[in-house]
Write a protein that binds this ligand. Structure first.
Ligand code: ZN
Ligand code: ZN
Ligand code: ZN
Length: 746
């Protein structure tokens, strides 16, 4: 990535520094540099280029050779040669760089405390574009003509702001405004100073950021956080935090070096980290969990708000549950006036929504739960070229992907496609990603699920060839593409739910797969979901089904000893449903096994969001000891290995009643699942000779499960592949669909 990142001015400066003549030019295959001068200076120039490129540049290879001298005396940046639109990638939005932060707080600088300071190395990109190629006239900065000082910087190759499209200053650029909840301007002083005061007083302030609005509140103020929770529909999902700097982060969280590095990276994801005991943060921030999601300031406005204000702010996406993040000033006031007390807004429009990215550090590398701001839409480099494909992804955590040559352009996070707003956002994103990738693919890939909105949208597209990719196959292929591998592998897709080829709900799958096709070599032995969808919100139902499968009529007595069934449930009616098998879809879902285990261990019989109980069980397992793995059984039936996990759920119930510590049982449960997965994979290896295991699916967001499974598989001499750049959850499905469809068209 050497275009749009200040690479040519960097070459210009470096050549000048070494007193070399020549030229630099963007070309469709990269950057071409010609330098003329004594050999030793050219060598020094080249090593300088390789050792110290601009922060956002990525050099994949350099080739050099001698050409005839031209007798040049100056160094020049010349116009691009036959550069197609597709070759100039749109950069992701990048956090304010160190140099800009320094100027922001320098009373002598002309941009002192200016909330829109940026340069070639930092600032908004994707979120301000209205079209491609990237140029100020096609961004929301087009309405702010550059003043003479800014223009000088913009036109000077030696300046850090040479061709920085969002360049601005207090003279010519965007401005802040502080509004009251009715949308009228709050009279008084500087909006930042006022907002800081209001946050200190415990007010909820909606803050316009890079890719949308956040709701901000003082994280140390328990009443304020509670109030925000109640206003946000009482949901229990953890709130993200923004901390002043890395030292502040260290006061509330236990951080290792990799985590510190990720927090300070230019992409600035929300990082899930361990809470530090005694941290002065309201427990309402992430109830029931031992982790926080934290990030460092990534816009000048964030720096200004945190520098002299609260040390830690809750910064949660401003939206109703499951709706896309809010971006317009009027839209924000309309949608959020019942939640926010004040609005800190500005007149630089956000043209593309982009939620914060969410990652965790696993085995000393970043591991994504959501790949969005800071990363998207930078293309993922694949190991080979494919025909053009548009993939429309899954239904939850939706993203879309455009495949062109060896690049996969995976979109920012779109979210849950249940609302009309999210569906509009899907269509906007499809248009955007086609433009960014400069491709109008004639092949469209989608899921098998007939009720996914993305599937229906694919069917509605005219004049395209439709290819459908099974959900768990897409998971496995996404992880293969993520790791740059091809050929046949053993794919372990452990998931909530996905539509199976036989029309049943799959979710604990062992696939012998390549990019084009798969066979279902094994799966979790199917069990029933009493009440269908209700069983996802009420894990006790799944637990009862599994206990009954293993213990028969004894299940009822076990359940009452465990206090498994919530008050007020008509148990006769429930038993009737199970006996008659009405409203009882069959599933092989690993996600539901985790829910059932968490219910049996007393974490939650009813959840407020998917995987809530399983996340609490994972948190407890962190402090547990694994005495021994519990039982699982593998049998062969219907031509596939059947992994029976009802005995495991029953064993947890019995051990709990015998007084074994809950954290130890939670730990043993994870270990048992990991060993069971390695066991089944081992049998498939004996049958096939395949020794590469590929791990994907939402359950692998569970770090204990991921680490244990990797360890068990490696102990059995497997080569193990897990996600590196895209999420294991449904956020990666579009990539898998795209690559699978592309491979079929080769
Ligand atoms: Zn900068
Ligand atoms: Zn200016
Ligand atoms: Zn999935």
């Amino acid at each position: 990535m050497v275009q749009g990142v200040g690479f040519r001015p960097f070459i210009y400066r470096t050549a000048k520094l070494h007193n070399l003549a020549g030229l630099v030019q963007n070309r469709s295959d990269g950057v071409r540099v010609e330098v003329e001068g004594p050999a030793h200076r050219i060598e020094a120039f080249l090593s300088n280029v390789l050792e110290n490129p601009p922060p956002l540049a990525r050099i994949s290879s350099v080739t050099s050779g001698e050409i005839a001298c031209r007798g040049e005396v100056d160094f020049s940046i010349i116009e691009s040669d036959a550069l197609t639109q597709a070759d100039v990638h749109i950069s992701p939005d990048i956090a304010t760089c160190g140099e800009c932060v320094k100027e922001l707080f320098d009373p002598g600088d002309r941009r002192y405390r200016y909330p829109f300071i940026n340069c070639t190395n930092c600032g908004p990109r994707l979120t301000i574009i209205s079209d491609v190629p990237y140029d100020r006239s096609r961004t929301s900065m087009s309405r702010f003509p550059l003043c003479s000082l800014c223009r000088k910087e913009y036109e000077n190759p030696l300046d850090r702001r040479f061709h920085a499209e969002p360049n601005a200053c207090p003279e010519c650029g965007p401005r802040l405004q502080l509004l009251q909840s009715d949308g009228s301007e709050l009279p008084g002083g500087d909006p930042v100073t006022e907002a800081v005061r209001l946050l200190r007083e415990g007010m909820v302030v909606a803050v316009k950021g890079i890719g949308g609005f956040h709701l901000a509140v003082n994280a140390a103020n328990g009443d304020a956080v509670e109030r925000l929770r109640i206003k946000k529909n009482r949901e229990e999902k953890p709130f993200a935090l923004m901390v002043r700097d890395i030292e502040s982060a260290g006061r509330i969280a236990l951080l290792d070096d990799e985590e510190k590095k990720l927090l300070q990276s230019p992409e600035r994801p929300i990082l899930l980290v361990r809470k530090k005991p005694g941290a002065v943060i309201s427990p309402a921030v992430s109830p029931g969990l031992t982790t926080f999601g934290i990030m460092l300031p990534y816009t000048p406005l964030h720096h200004l708000l945190l520098n002299k204000g609260c040390e830690v702010l809750v910064m949660t996406s401003a939206n109703e549950i499951d709706e896309p993040i809010c971006i317009g000033n009027n839209e924000a006031v309309k949608r959020l006036s019942s939640i926010a007390d004040y609005f800190l807004v500005h007149n630089r429009d956000i043209l593309v929504r982009c939620d914060d990215s969410v990652a965790v550090s696993v085995m000393n590398a970043p591991y994504f739960f959501r790949r969005s701001r800071g990363y998207a839409p930078a293309p993922l480099l694949l190991h080979r070229s494919y025909p053009a494909v548009l993939a429309l992804g899954a239904h939850l955590k939706a993203t879309v992907c455009v495949l062109r040559d060896s690049h996969a352009f995976l979109s920012p996070h779109i979210g849950d496609l249940s609302t009309p707003q999210a569906r509009d956002f899907l269509h906007e994103t499809v248009t955007l990603m086609r433009r960014i990738a400069a491709s109008e693919p004639g092949v469209v890939a989608c899921d098998l699920h007939p009720d996914y909105y993305s599937t229906r949208a694919a069917f509605d597209m005219e004049g395209v060839e439709l290819l459908r990719v099974q959900h768990h196959h897409a998971h496995v292929v996404s992880c293969m593409a993520d790791n740059g591998i091809t050929g046949r592998v053993i794919g372990l897709a452990m998931d909530g739910t996905g539509y199976g080829e036989d029309g049943t709900v799959w979710g604990g799958e062992f696939l012998i797969a390549d990019e084009c096709a798969f066979t279902r070599a094994g799966h979790i032995h199917t069990f029933i979901l009493p009440g269908g969808e209700a069983a996802i919100r009420e894990p006790w139902r799944v637990a009862m089904a599994l206990l009954r499968e293993h213990c028969g009529d004894e299940a009822q007595a076990l359940a009452s000893k465990l206090a498994l069934i919530p008050d007020g449930v008509d148990i006769e009616f429930f038993n009737e449903i199970m006996r008659k098998k009405v409203l009882c879809p069959a599933t092989s879902s690993m996600g539901r096994i985790f829910d059932a285990a968490a219910a049996v261990l007393g974490f939650r019989s009813v959840v407020n969001f998917e995987a809530q109980a399983a996340m609490e069980m994972e948190a407890a397992a962190e402090s547990g000891e694994c005495g021994h793995a519990l039982s699982h059984e593998v049998m062969k039936g219907n031509g596939a290995y059947q992994l029976h996990l009802a005995p495991l759920i029953a064993a947890l119930a019995h051990d709990r009643l015998e007084g074994v510590r809950i954290p130890d049982l939670a730990r043993a449960f994870h270990r048992t699942i990991a060993e069971a997965l390695a066991d089944v994979a081992g049998r498939i290896r004996i049958d096939t000779g395949l020794d590469r295991a590929v791990l994907s699916g939402g359950c692998f967001q569970n770090r204990i499960l991921l680490r244990d499974t990797v360890e068990c598989l490696r102990k059995n001499k497997f080569k193990v592949f897990y996600h590196r750049r895209v999420p294991a959850n449904d956020g990666g499905i579009a990539l898998g669909q795209a690559v699978s469809a592309g491979a079929r068209k080769l």
